[in-house]
Design a protein around this ligand. Structure first.
Ligand SMILES: [Cu+2]
Length: 489
């Protein structure tokens, strides 16, 4: 090694050491800040008081809950945990009355949640019941190349009717996921959570641990099949449900809560929690060192990433947890349907029927139809004409059985105000459907709440012990009960 190079390496090492030292100082400072933050303060004391959690039937100290998504059971075979996943078409009600055709695993999209312990040896049998080839990728897993599930390069795709058996030992820990490695199949729902619990429990210990998978679909009105080519998404889901059909995360006041957010779609989602300050404690690569736990209330979950957030639920109430992209807090968004519902607002390239997706000829994405539907092959509505928002029809309008149809509040001069109508007619009393999404987890929510919860939205409900126990009791009683179907649709 020449002298100049050695010198460079030495000085680089010195800089590195300096960085490390200052990094430590920052870490100590941050830790102090975290301790000073409300909610983080008493976590140390609380952790000491807490009894060691009982090991569950799953053999896991604190199993992760994925509301609205089942857990995948396994069988032991000579020390190997054996799981069975079936890739198949799925009919799923993502919203009351909105049953769509997705592709998923074992009857669910996202697929069932897999939970293992660090160090486990697992065998995962994947059967392909799809009409085309698939492949299963283990996202972020440090496994032998021939187990990676990359079609064409690490294995042959699994033919329709075929099977591939994956087997490996897991030395990692954290929030991982599995997904089809066929890009368009990903956009049909083919992903599931894969939680690797650490050998040594994370500190501080969490009392509640949840996982939420973020997905998005482009589904034309009157259609049931997502258009995986589309760039404009109108159904945004948490664990396969759009608000208000999402199931709230129920926690006890004072609990330390972990929420694991997983994203596999075409968009990055800034997930925001009301009323609390959290720390990002993990990524798709596992637990983060404490020195990186800065305080926040919004975490950007990029495509193909996972983020674990943790907080002490010390603020009682029903707190929204949602993607903060405005269009991701809406349902059934379609660029021309809104104006079409107004008496004299619609001036697009085609008529009402086509705009609603009721096509007599050609496909929705064809050159003649696509642009007018706001569903072009590209990103915009190239043939849309400029339309102004216009007064809402005085009578008639949308009427859906089972909905609460409250009266919208409108100022006297509303129609003379440029930009009217906006949110008041996209959400609010007119869209409330509390009864249709009734379930134990929604017990005690303010009447009309469901009119303001759409797309990637749910609640973290921080409840006093008696309310918490009541909901848990009700939930136990109702287990096995089928989800409600919207009457008349
Ligand atoms: Cu989003």
């Amino acid at each position: 090694m020449n002298k100049a190079r050695r010198k460079f390496i030495q000085s680089a090492a010195a800089v590195g050491a300096g960085l490390l030292a200052s990094g430590k100082a920052i870490a100590a400072q941050q830790e102090k800040q975290m301790q000073d933050m409300p909610g983080m303060q008493h976590e140390k004391k609380k952790a000491e008081e807490k009894p060691v959690p009982q090991v569950s039937q799953l053999g896991i100290a604190l199993p992760v809950e994925t509301p609205d998504v089942p857990k995948l059971p396994w069988e032991m075979d000579s020390g190997v945990k054996v799981f069975h996943l079936i890739a198949e078409p799925v009919k799923q009600e993502i919203f009351p009355g909105r049953v769509i055709d997705l592709w998923g695993y074992n009857g669910s999209a996202p697929g069932p949640t897999i939970q293992v312990n660090q160090g486990d040896r697992v065998r995962i049998i994947v059967d392909n019941h799809l009409p085309e080839a698939t492949s299963m990728h283990w996202h972020g897993f440090e496994v032998p190349n021939d187990m990676d599930g990359a079609p064409g390069s690490s294995q042959d795709p699994i033919a329709p009717g075929g099977r591939f058996v994956y087997e490996f030992t897991l030395h990692q820990e954290g929030t991982y996921f599995y997904h089809s490695h066929m890009a368009m199949q990903e956009m049909m729902g083919m992903i599931g959570a894969f939680i690797m619990h650490p050998k040594k429990a994370y500190e501080p210990r969490a009392d509640r641990d949840f996982a939420v998978i973020l997905q998005e679909y482009a589904i034309l009105p009157n259609n049931t099949v997502p258009n995986s080519m589309n760039m404009e998404f109108n159904w945004l889901t948490f664990n396969g449900k759009a608000g208000p059909a999402t199931t709230p995360l129920i926690v006890r006041l004072g609990d330390r809560v972990r929420i694991r957010l997983i994203n596999l779609g075409m968009d990055h989602h800034p997930i925001h929690l009301h009323g609390h300050t959290f720390a990002v404690t993990g990524t798709e690569g596992g637990r983060q060192p404490r020195s990186l736990w800065g305080p926040g209330n919004t975490v950007l979950v990029g495509v193909a990433q996972s983020r674990d957030v943790e907080f002490v639920a010390n603020n009682p109430g029903d707190w929204m947890l949602h993607c903060h992209l405005p269009h991701h807090m809406m349902n059934q968004m379609s660029s021309m349907v809104g104006p079409m519902t107004r008496k004299n607002g619609m001036l697009a390239g085609l008529g009402m029927e086509e705009g609603m997706g009721m096509l007599r000829q050609g496909s929705a994405t064809s050159e003649e139809n696509g642009p007018s539907l706001g569903r072009g092959m590209g990103v915009g509505s190239t043939a849309d004409q400029r339309v102004v928002n216009s007064p809402l029809q005085a009578e008639g309008g949308m009427q859906h059985p089972g909905m609460q149809m409250g009266k919208p509040e409108v100022a006297e001069n509303a129609n003379s105000v440029p930009g009217f109508p906006q949110d008041a007619f996209m959400e609010g009393p007119m869209m409330a459907m509390d009864e249709m999404v009734d379930k134990p987890e929604n017990l005690g929510l303010r009447r009309g709440w469901s009119g303001f919860m759409m797309g990637m939205m749910t609640f973290v409900r921080v409840l006093p012990p008696d309310q918490y126990d009541k909901i848990m009791e009700l939930r136990e009683k109702q287990q096995g009960k089928k989800p409600m179907v919207m009457p008349g649709m």
